[in-house]
Design a binder for this molecule. Sequence first.
Ligand code: SF4
Length: 65
Amino acid sequence: MLVHVDADSCDSNGLCEQYAPEVFELDSEDVLRVKTDSPEQRHWAAVEQAARACPKFAITVVDTE
Ligand code: SF4
């Protein structure tokens, strides 16, 4: 799995961080950071939930398997 966030679309509401804090994090300036763009398999379900929950459709998930 590869994860990408479109920074231009993201409005820093933090929803994705709530679903998958191991992968998404708002920094001290409220800029979303992707901690790893190729998360471990145990985080995939949470990442997919985060992508579905993002109201800005800013998260792209590519299945690499
Ligand atoms: S859920 Fe979407 S809009 Fe919200 S912080 Fe994450 S990427 Fe940005």
